[in-house]
Design a protein around this ligand. Sequence first.
Ligand code: SF4
Ligand SMILES: [Zn+2]
Ligand SMILES: [Zn+2]
Length: 454
Amino acid sequence: MKVTKSLCPECHDLIEAVIFEEHGKMHIEKTCRVHGTYRDIYWGDARLYHRFAKYLHNGCGVADNTTSNNGRCPQDCGICGEHKTSTILANIDITNRCNQQCPICFANATVSGYLYEPTMELIRGMMEGLKNQEPVKCHALQFSAGEPTVREDLFQIIRMAKEMGFKHIQLATNGKKLANDVEYCRNLIESGLKTVYLQFDGITPEPYIATRGFNTLPEKLKAIQNCREAEMPIDLVPTVVRGINDHQLGDMIRFVADNIDIIKGLNIRTVSFAGRINAAQRIRQRITIPDVMKNIEDQTDGMIAMDDFYPVPFILPLSHLADVMSDIHNVQFSVNPHCGSGAYIYVDEKKNLIPVKRFVDVEGLFEYIDELAIEVGAANHLKTYFRWKGLKKLSRGIKQHVDTSRVPEGIDFAKMFLNLLKDRSGDSTKVFHKRMMLVGIMHFRNCSKNQLFC
Ligand code: SF4
Ligand SMILES: [Zn+2]
Ligand SMILES: [Zn+2]
């Protein structure tokens, strides 16, 4: 049993909560003095919960930031010293206007009743704040909204981010504008955009009719085609709700495999609920990260198994090594292990799905990398020599943990991975991702009252 803090879904007061195991699942229970007791499923698989828990790691947080006025973090603090992870991917909402009117929406200006749209100068100020964060500077941005493409000055905003030195800039969009105009996609890439995060709830009309009020699938397909012509990489982002699109996860993965030339990942968001919601509806539609993993295993006939997934902080050894091999603090993926999970899948020429874990001893490799980081770090007075020696050892270590008899035909995984770690440039990333798909699952979207989705 774990005691933690949570929010009352009704008054948003900070209250104590317990997470405990029962009948093979993890549950959360919390009581607000005014609004009573709430109980819900926290993680649908207790075994996986414990497997992931061992990767819990406190990051470095953000130095010299705001303070909590009344000790009520996260309600009144911004990012105070209680927050243990620095900003990895900053989300900047640039408007709450939207060019769609989904019946379930509570975000856009039409239904919220107010307009939120920061000026260029305000956005610049936000970005300066991110660039100046210590001890780790933020280099990755996502522009979201409402619908960010309704802003006429979006290209200038992206260009400003590029000029300020952000290395990764992505755009969360419903794809409507991209579907209408291939030139628009070309302008996005010319402005400095690296990736489109495309809202994509399934491969048939039904999920869209449920979530968006009409069949937007043809528009999504056209947006993908236009991005392909403009050579703009895409990640698909479905919000998964039990009973609406959880049966299409395998098909969505196969859809990505069929379009691996331009679609690089499936970033699944499990719907979450906030506010007063009827308990029966919540239980009916609630889906947690392990439930999604199980569905993926079932719907891909075991080609991708639950054990192929790892929590986000599993890759922390890469940050440790990058820190000692360079003179800067690198971003640490120290988010809570139960907030996100992912698996890298190689898509071969015949569209077979081959998880990297099937030909790499990933746990052994990451332990090796962590030990190497300690070794190189301990000798940092001889930096140049040890960095060179460290690279040689890294190359040997990667090879030792790759099962060459099982590596898919036509790739030299050890070389690709080493190059990716060595220079992390656009070119090595492109080579690595040429036929590599990331399936990521994250708690993300909120549901307010009886409304779902973004
Ligand atoms: S749910 Fe998203 S796409 Fe739909 S109206 Fe709201 S902001 Fe726009
Ligand atoms: Zn309450
Ligand atoms: Zn705080």
